[in-house]
Design a protein around this ligand. Structure first.
Ligand SMILES: Cc1cc2nc3c(=O)[nH]c(=O)nc-3n(C[C@H](O)[C@H](O)[C@H](O)COP(=O)(O)OP(=O)(O)OC[C@H]3O[C@@H](n4cnc5c(N)ncnc54)[C@H](O)[C@@H]3O)c2cc1C
Length: 664
């Protein structure tokens, strides 16, 4: 039955796909090639599902297990194991693995414990590749690191992994993990070139010398405003060559370096293919991970982040007190009063007209919905009245038309992806990145949520709890979701860029954005999660759909996972409410993910895929990250050893994993 349903889904899938493509805004050539590729993929997928369906019918008629599975599925009776909260049960952790896979995992973790191997991993991989040749090297990698951490070369080859995980109650977050293997010099060159084009270079210098003064005398009625101290370039948003290689001290996150608009277009296509793979192979339950820095020029995110920070400073100067615009609870009437000294100014009137507000006060000073919808001109949009000078003040430097167009391209790409996700009925999770991009990424994502999360959570944001501001950011965004009536989806992480953030803050002379200690980060994580759960509970108690708030606890920390489970129990939120899910990387902490999935919780594995030779940087990062979490490796190794031994003693070395679980 499950396969019948999936074949039927496939049929509607292609018509949906056609619809998406007809809506898509990319050019005709791309559209045709995409359509052909999608059609080919659909046919292949359909063939594959039909084959599997036929074989399941064959086994069913011969009385084999698949029929039991189908019957159980029909009745909706997924088996449910009791959950060992100490996550110490090797059988529960590894019942989805063959003994060969367990041995491979053990060897990989042994290798990850060697400082020499980890420190020189990328060099060694290249040496082996040169010695063995591509084919033998690929074989060696598949028997070790690649086989353990990566699901397969392409979206077809990953299907067995996805299906196996699914049969053990676990869903995928797909990530096409191909990374360019750039040298540090090349990465720095690209970053500096992309961040400071010749024009912006001049602009950066001029702006930092003179501040952002709106010199558009033709539209501005008041005389030019004098430069104020607040107009000086904010150090966290300046470009510094020392930190141009954004991979510096980052092991658990991927970095995209901007090359040109065509590369961003290709990245968009890859994300859409991920969505299709997720939709085809998981029947709507999967997620695709998206990085905004892959979709456009990072300079634009940097500039927009600066605008957001300046807007907060502006509100602080105007009305006093910390926080963002929403937390000030000011009304348009209040602002009219602040600007009264500017008289009957048409720019001020226009500005006030574009403010987003409701009965509880002002939500945004700028028309963000317009920015993610249509052809907004950024440098024209981010202007505010300055009562001190009686003039409009620009919060960003003048952006050249070409760069404005690049920004619109980035937004168009994101919209195309979100529309595809909506049509395919799958979800996208926007990753959180460095703090100098993050305010813009978060703002844009929230507007995407407002636009696409009207009926359910399709777009998810990510919040890094190592940030001092994490809790207040989440509270504000939850409040916006409530006031603007959209579904709020969030992935909570601790954060992947800590060392780089701290080094950059110290070198460029701005306040460290990271919590002072690991304990403070954990506290922030737990406090933020508790607030989300509290709001979910309120929704439940009020008889509203609890899933208006959906949270992913993305952590390898078992204390945090336990904390979430205990809080769920305490507050009265069950897995069936489908509001809390858990996420870990493929090949890491199976002892957390698998028991969660098998006991009926919503559990996800972050699934990287891509050709062997092109995911080496990803594998390298996994090795480094694992070296940094020795306690977790120790536990993983101990559990693997116990399970291998148990199978040996019980004569189960040829154990074949067959799950009958159905993910919630
Ligand atoms: C499914 C998934 C998705 C992810 N997506 C993202 C993403 O979009 N963006 C992103 O940035 N990261 C992301 N991460 C990575 C994540 O942020 C963490 O780097 C990683 O998971 C380690 O944190 P932990 O809670 O798993 O483990 P733990 O070992 O408990 O925590 C380690 C983390 O604690 C924090 N920390 C350590 N020491 C200190 C200190 N002295 N002061 C303050 N904080 C400290 C750091 O963030 C460090 O990475 C993701 C992780 C997963 C599993």
């Amino acid at each position: 039955m499950a396969f019948l349903r999936s074949v039927a889904r496939c049929n509607s899938f292609v018509s949906k796909k056609l619809h998406i493509r007809s809506n898509a805004e990319f050019n005709g050539k791309l559209l045709r090639s995409e359509l052909l590729a999608s059609h080919r993929y659909y046919n292949e997928l359909k063939r594959e599902l039909n084959t599997r369906f036929n074989s399941s019918i064959a086994s069913a008629t011969s009385g084999h297990k698949p029929q039991q599975k189908a019957t159980q599925n029909e009745k909706g009776m997924s088996p449910k194991d009791p959950l060992d909260l100490s996550f110490n049960n090797p059988n529960a952790a590894f019942k989805s693995k063959t003994t060969g896979e367990l041995i491979r995992g053990y060897v990989v973790y042994l290798l990850c414990s060697s400082t020499y191997l980890v420190d020189n991993n990328l060099k060694l991989m290249k040496v082996f590749k040169a010695l063995l040749g591509e084919r033998l090297f690929a074989l060696m990698m598949k028997q070790t690191f690649y086989g353990h951490f990566v699901a397969g070369e392409d979206r077809h080859k990953i299907i067995p992994t996805l299906e196996r995980l699914r049969s053990f109650g676990v869903k995928p977050i797909l990530d096409y993990s191909v990374e360019e293997d750039l040298s540090q010099e090349e990465a720095e060159k690209r970053e500096v070139e992309s961040i400071s084009s010749r024009l912006s270079n001049v602009r950066l210098i001029v702006d930092s010398l003179f501040g952002y003064n709106d010199s558009r005398s033709s539209t501005s009625q008041a005389p030019a405003a004098p430069v104020t101290s607040s107009d000086k370039a904010l150090p966290q948003y300046t470009v510094d060559k020392t930190f141009a290689d954004r991979r510096y001290k980052v092991s658990s996150a991927r970095t995209y370096f901007y090359l040109n608009e065509a590369t961003c277009e290709r990245n968009m296509e890859i994300f859409i293919k991920c969505l299709e793979a997720v939709s085809g192979a998981t029947f709507g339950t999967g997620i695709t991970a998206i990085k905004l820095t892959a979709l456009g020029r990072p300079q634009l995110l940097l500039q927009m982040s600066e605008v957001i920070t300046r807007t907060r400073q502006y509100m602080m100067e105007l009305v006093g007190g910390q926080g963002n615009v929403m937390t000030h609870h000011k009304t348009i009437k209040d602002l009219e009063q602040y600007y009264s000294s500017m008289g009957d100014n048409k720019d001020v009137k226009e500005f006030l007209k574009n403010i987003t507000s409701d009965k509880e006060g002002i939500l945004h000073l700028f028309p963000w919905s317009g920015i993610v919808d249509d052809n907004a001109q950024l440098s024209e949009t981010f202007r505010v009245p300055d009562p001190k000078t009686g003039q409009m003040r620009r919060l960003t430097s003048q952006i050249p038309p070409k760069e404005e167009e690049m920004f619109r391209n980035m937004i168009r790409r994101l919209n195309t992806i979100a529309k595809a996700a909506e049509e395919l009925d799958v979800r996208i999770m926007i990753d959180a990145e460095q703090t100098y991009f993050q305010p813009a990424i978060s703002r844009i994502t929230l507007e995407m949520m407002r636009k696409y999360n009207k009926e359910k959570a399709i777009v998810f944001n990510t919040y890094q709890c190592y940030l001092k501001e994490a809790y207040s950011e989440v509270c504000t965004d939850l409040e916006q979701a409530k006031r603007q009536n959209f579904f709020f989806g969030a992935k909570l992480v601790r954060g992947a860029y800590m060392e780089q953030e701290r080094a950059r803050a110290s070198a460029l002379g701005y306040a460290d954005p990271i919590n002072p200690s690991y304990e403070a980060t954990t506290q922030m994580y737990h406090k933020t999660l508790t607030e989300c759960l509290r709001r979910i509970k309120i929704l439940k108690d009020q008889g509203e759909a609890a899933n208006r708030i959906g949270i992913m606890v993305a952590s390898h920390n078992e204390d945090t996972v336990r904390f979430a489970l205990q809080k769920m129990e305490e507050i009265g939120i069950s897995p069936e409410d489908k509001v809390i899910c858990f996420g870990q990387l493929l090949g890491m902490c199976d002892y957390i993910t698998m028991p969660l999935g098998q006991s009926g919780y919503s559990a996800y594995k972050y699934i990287p895929y891509g050709p062997v030779n092109e995911v080496l940087p990803y594998l390298s990062r996994r090795a480094v990250e694992n070296k940094g979490v020795l306690q977790k490796i120790k536990k993983e190794k101990r559990l693997l050893r116990t399970e291998i031994l148990r199978r040996l003693i019980r004569g189960q070395l040829f154990y074949k994993p067959e799950g009958k679980y159905i993910p919630i």
